[in-house]
Design a protein around this ligand. Structure first.
Ligand code: KIV
Ligand code: ZN
Length: 504
């Protein structure tokens, strides 16, 4: 069997990244994109964790037909039953039960001995099995677990009905050779292993999550748990796009395949980054802004003569068009729609109207509109969460001799127009204070970053922020050629996300 099952946990482990909270509708939109991408299994959430998580898993299960939908559950009866509640309408439901198995976790966290853990794992897999056939089990912290006990535990859960056994490197501790030998050891020593698929779930604390996952495939694992852009707890999970493109690019060495439509990778990466506010570093493999950019003269010369001199992958294989210059002020609606279609966006007439208006506004200020500008317009106009407060207008006066002063106008929840003004230490501070006087949600700004979408003085500025309220973090994003307007939009986006998720 050469197919590697891609199990995407962006909506579960990925959402566990500090400050990456998503709303229910954003989770559904990401799930739709993962289905189009060709992901085999979507881990949609952890239903016992909160009513919002349960509802998100339920909504995804009702709609998505092309991917299996999995719900995470710790090894407790109520968690297993709630996981089933979440996924029972899915076309291909799966429950994923986990329980710690290392001495460190068992003695300090669970305060249970091996026999108790063995019995609890077996019983909870059996309980899940009463609901459905497709059950996965993970011995948490497997890479720091005594090998003999790990084999014994895996044998017991497979006997209880587990159809996938997942080996998590929970703390990102293992090394490729060691991990490969662990998977081989499991194949040799767990006598019923052929009844289950071996899966791996690697964290990136030592930057080895992808290398460890690939070593595991070579040793017999046939399911990889990963996330888009590698987001996840602490240093993140194995990055899906890196694993998929490594398998595809080095097929000479790795004779495996996945069902991923790689041309949709870039768009998926953008969507996840926009919604989570987790910025993709420019030098990130596959999807970073510099991944296909050649700076040195020698490299540029080589690329012009023959692309493969310095490129091991075709940018089009991940969905980058390679076109930089596309539209301008005089371009019409038809050319605009065609360009978006070639970038993979099939928009409704209403969506075209909204994005075309934003495009015209931008074309008045900026000479050349590139594909990256178009993506920023799409993110800004179409991917905003349902707004409780809407920013109508923002005006600022500032300079080295005046106290920065901002006035803002918002539409409130009942459609009422609200306006106020405030002074601050700088223009952004003044805008945020004026908004606070109207929205009145206590919060603290903990992260603020601005980057330009393209080169040039007339570029769109993209502002990403994170705010904290009652111990939870919320991301916000805004884009505009005026970075004060972009900052105001990012703040409104974060406040709306806070209000929407609190209401869920
Ligand atoms: O990292 C981990 O161990 C996990 C488990 C729940 C599989 O995320
Ligand atoms: Zn994990």
């Amino acid at each position: 069997m050469d197919k590697v099952i891609i199990f995407d946990t962006t909506l579960r482990d990925g959402e566990q990244s500090a400050g990456a909270a998503l709303t229910i509708s954003e989770k559904l939109e990401i799930a739709r994109q993962l289905e189009k991408l060709g992901v085999d299994v979507i881990e949609a959430g952890f239903p016992i964790a909160s009513p919002g998580d349960l509802e998100a898993v339920r909504n995804i299960s009702k709609e998505i037909r092309g991917s299996s939908i999995c719900a995470l559950s710790h090894a407790q009866p109520q968690a297993v039953d709630t996981a089933w509640e979440g996924i029972k309408d899915a076309a291909e439901p799966r429950i994923h039960v986990f329980l710690s198995s290392s001495e460190i976790h068992m003695s300090h966290q669970l305060r249970k001995n091996r026999d108790q853990v063995l019995e609890q794992a077996r019983a909870m897999v059996a309980r899940a099995k009463k609901h459905l056939d497709n059950v996965e089990f993970s011995p948490m912290d497997a890479t720091r677990t005594d090998r003999k006990f790990l084999y014994q535990l895996l044998r017991a859960v497979i006997d209880a009905g587990a159809t996938t056994v997942n080996i998590p490197d929970t703390v990102g501790y293992t090394m490729p050779k060691e991990f490969g030998s662990l998977i081989q050891g499991i194949k040799r020593n767990v006598d019923n292993i052929e009844k289950a698929v071996i899966s791996v779930h690697c964290h990136n604390d030592l930057g080895l999550a992808v290398a460890n996952s690939l070593a595991a495939i070579d040793s017999g694992a046939r399911q990889i748990e990963c996330t888009v852009n590698g987001i996840g707890e602490r240093a993140g999970n194995a990055s899906m796009e890196e694993i998929v493109m490594a398998i595809k690019t080095r097929h000479d060495l790795m004779k495996y395949s996945t069902d991923i439509n790689t041309e949709r990778i870039y768009k998926t990466s953008r969507l996840v980054s926009d919604f989570t506010g987790m910025y993709v570093q420019p030098n990130k493999a596959i999807v970073g802004a510099n991944a296909f950019r050649h700076e040195s003269g020698i490299h540029q010369d080589g690329i012009i003569k023959e692309r493969t001199t310095y490129e091991i992958m075709d940018p089009e294989s991940i969905g980058l068009s390679g076109t930089t210059l596309s539209l301008g002020k005089l371009s019409g609606r038809h050319a605009f729609r065609k360009r978006l279609e070639s970038l993979g966006y099939a928009l409704s007439d209403d969506e075209i109207n909204r994005t075309f208006a934003a495009f015209k506004e931008l074309a008045d200020k900026k000479k050349e509109i590139t594909d990256r500008d178009l993506e920023a317009i799409i993110s800004e106009e179409l991917r905003t969460i349902s707004e409780i407060y809407h920013l109508e207008q923002v005006q600022v006066s500032c300079g080295d001799l005046t106290m920065p002063t901002a006035s803002v106008r918002l539409t409130g929840p009942d459609g009422k127009i609200l306006s106020d003004a405030a002074q601050g230490t700088g223009p952004v501070d003044a805008v945020y204070r004026a908004i606070n006087r109207l929205v009145k949600v206590p919060n603290e700004l903990i992260e603020f970053s601005v980057k330009s979408v393209t080169e040039g003085i007339d570029a769109i500025g993209e502002v990403t922020i994170r705010i904290e309220s009652e111990g939870k973090r919320y991301a916000g994003r805004g884009a505009h050629t005026d970075i004060i307007v972009a900052s105001a939009r990012a703040y409104m986006n974060a406040l709306n996300r806070l209000l929407v998720t609190k209401g869920e």
